[in-house]
Write a protein that binds this ligand. Sequence first.
Ligand SMILES: NC(=O)c1ccc[n+]([C@@H]2O[C@H](COP(=O)([O-])OP(=O)(O)OC[C@H]3O[C@@H](n4cnc5c(N)ncnc54)[C@H](OP(=O)(O)O)[C@@H]3O)[C@@H](O)[C@H]2O)c1
Length: 270
Amino acid sequence: MKKYGFIGCGNMGGAIASAVAKTIPGECLFLSNRTKKKAEDLALTIGAMVSDNIEIAKNCDVIFLGVKPQMMEEVLAGISGYLKKRNTADFVLVTMAAALGIEDIRRMSGVDARVLRIMPNTPVSVGEGIVLYAYDEKLSEADAAEIVGSLKAAGECIALSEKLIDAGSVVAGCGPAFAQMFIEALADGGVAVGLPRKESVKLAAQMLLGSAKLTLVSGKTPGELKDAVCSPGGSTIEGVKALEDKGFRGAAMDAVLASYEKTLRMKTKK
Ligand SMILES: NC(=O)c1ccc[n+]([C@@H]2O[C@H](COP(=O)([O-])OP(=O)(O)OC[C@H]3O[C@@H](n4cnc5c(N)ncnc54)[C@H](OP(=O)(O)O)[C@@H]3O)[C@@H](O)[C@H]2O)c1
């Protein structure tokens, strides 16, 4: 059985480790974190083992890198010597760092390693996430599929060519913040017309969940589904006009463009 190591068990590393623990037995999962208590607490919750960066670099077949992009160089420099002693066919580095590509991870690790780049979003913590992934010719389709298979409890795993990962990350990865703002705003509107806050948030969130599901399963476009709610002369079309008057769709598109441009600026700064 392959050994899965996690270096960095914060918000995202922890969420991914928790998802992998639903598929891979705990005795094959090794957690390391700068603040050890975080790894210890998570290990207890998901039934994994506590380890450290060096032991993971020496022994694990699949090494998830869950540290912030700005920490990656230092973390990989710390384990590079141990990775260099291994055959590159014996381990895969899995990076989830925003704005760092497959070649960046190879350069920082000092090893011509096999790398799987994943880009998860926050709903992976409830099993309804998106994990975008990309890899190059050094990693076989079968090995990539095995690692992606270990992530199935996180949500939908979707392959993208590496050049589209940044664009995909903005919609899927930044999108949850935009969606929460929409839920919050709808709930505020509900409160303004008399709903208690708790009920209003619940209605807005469940409505968005159901609407998203309808988009995914109905085979209809978002426009067709919107039209189906708008009766002629009815109340919904008045709300739609209010959103159009305030430039709602343009604002949502601008949010995606702004996040994408910032991602590109972060990459050129590296
Ligand atoms: N959050 C998201 O929505 C999201 C989405 C997609 C991708 N990502 C990516 O996921 C990665 C982690 O982000 P995050 O939001 O989970 O950050 P985070 O909560 O700050 O987690 C980073 C973790 O790395 C640990 N760490 C730092 N240096 C370390 C070292 N030398 N050895 C071992 N562990 C170390 C930190 O430990 P301490 O407890 O000591 O601070 C912390 O627990 C980033 O690369 C980010 O780009 C995040």
